[in-house]
Write a protein of this length. Structure first.
Length: 416
């Protein structure tokens, strides 16, 4: 969370002198405390399994939610991440129901018989004796290529041994059945996934038992487009090393500089899932000039929250490019990008929840007007997945901006 707040602030920090408009103003909006009841539907606020706390902190861009559940207290940043978490809580409940089944108990016992302690330790705790002071420098040399023998897994991947013996495949199949990511950073869900995978892989649990436990109805199924469902399935069922090979090949085909590709592919902070979604978005931006700028931005990223933020921005641009109108070229905007369309309109995509008129945002918007090739702000548009405060809307309107809020329906964005 701290890293995300720092990135969002840095995203809008302008190193050049602030404009007269901003310099003269000291009455920026304070970061508000919002009420969950005014943001979320009643069924989303509470269920038999969880309750979203009423107080929602906002940092001028994103909302932070605290959720109390039968499985612990969770904190997430962004409306999209909350939707994913609530789905994961439902999935955890369904998985725990399987674990009370006699078939699971028998399978787990059989798994224990088939799995020597030393082998399981190899799967779950590889190379402990090599960890320690050398980790920092080792990280700089990780992923020299995509082979299992030369490439270290990302933080969200299983060990090499688990991948080789097929445990990761079993885990991915189960994740796919429940429409969750095998690379989840939800530790409770991760534990449940691994428990079912062990029972299935070594104990013969059987997918029929898993499939029977997947609840029906809209409560558990994410409203994803068929294309995104297919991409999720591909990520869950494809070995991470193969995903990296495919992503490298796609970036090479796009004409991205090989040195940039090497640094990007070897960034251990990107899970195979986020890396694949990011590269797929760039691939969909065919015909747009300067797509390479996204890779340069990605090289700055070192934590999950900011990677999710930037990945969603790239997905928003890709969706616009195909469903609304073609993007002509990308340009730097603070630490990220803005774009020009074919008719020379400026467009800015932000997967934010609630934007206030804060100092960082105001200075970034006014600095954009001083760029020599982007001064026609009467033709500029801001698209956001969330809302803006009235003050933000008024200030942007004064500057000639057109505002599009809650654009997920237009872009057909889902919980990616």
């Amino acid at each position: 969370m701290k890293n995300l707040l720092l990135f969002l602030s840095a995203l809008f920090v302008i190193t050049i002198q602030a404009s007269p408009v901003c310099a003269a103003r000291s009455d920026f909006e304070k970061s508000p405390v919002l009420n969950a009841a005014t943001i979320l539907s009643a069924e989303k606020i509470q269920s038999p399994l969880y309750k979203v706390e009423a107080q929602v902190l906002n940092n001028g861009f994103m909302n932070t939610y605290n959720v109390n559940s039968d499985f612990g207290r969770f904190k997430v940043v962004s409306n999209l991440s909350l939707t994913i978490l609530l789905h994961e809580i439902d999935v955890i409940a369904a998985m725990k129901k399987i674990e009370r089944d006699d078939v699971f108990v028998d399978s787990l016992q059989q798994s224990a018989k088939n799995t020597a302690h030393g082998i399981k330790r190899l799967f779950t705790e590889p190379g402990d004796t090599l960890k320690g002071a050398g980790d920092g420098i080792k990280g700089l040399f990780a992923r020299a290529d995509e082979s299992l023998t030369k490439s270290d897994p990302s933080d969200a991947e299983d060990s090499r041994a688990a991948q080789i013996f097929g445990f990761s495949k079993a885990k991915g199949i189960i994740a796919n059945q429940f429409t969750v990511s095998v690379y989840t950073d939800n530790l409770v869900l991760e534990e449940e996934l691994e428990s079912l995978a062990w029972a299935n892989y070594f104990g013969g649990l059987g997918m029929a038992v898993v499939q029977a436990a997947v609840p029906g109805g809209a409560g558990l199924v994410l409203s994803a487009s068929s294309a995104v469902r297919l991409l999720n399935e591909t990520v869950n069922l494809t070995p991470p090393t193969e995903l990296r090979v495919q992503n490298r090949r796609k970036l090479t085909t796009m004409g991205v500089d090989e040195d940039l590709i090497q640094l990007f592919i070897n960034n251990p902070a990107f899970t195979p899932r986020n890396q694949t979604f990011f590269v797929t978005a760039l691939e969909k931006l065919d015909g747009a000039e300067n797509r390479e700028l996204f890779i340069k931005v990605a090289l700055q990223l070192h934590d999950t929250d900011t990677i999710l933020l930037v990945t969603r921005i790239s997905l928003m641009f890709a969706a616009y490019h195909h469903k609304v109108g073609p993007v002509k070229r990308f340009y730097p905007f603070s630490r990220f990008v803005s774009a020009k369309l074919q008719d020379d309109r400026i467009i800015l995509m932000l997967p934010t929840d609630h934007i206030t008129w804060n100092k960082e945002f105001a200075e970034a918007i006014d600095a954009l007007a001083r760029e020599p090739d982007r001064q026609e702000l009467n033709k500029a548009e801001l698209w956001t997945l969330g809302e803006l405060s009235k003050r933000s809307q008024d200030e942007l309107s004064k500057r000639g901006w057109h505002i599009k809020t809650n654009v997920s329906e237009v872009l057909k964005m889902d919980q990616s």
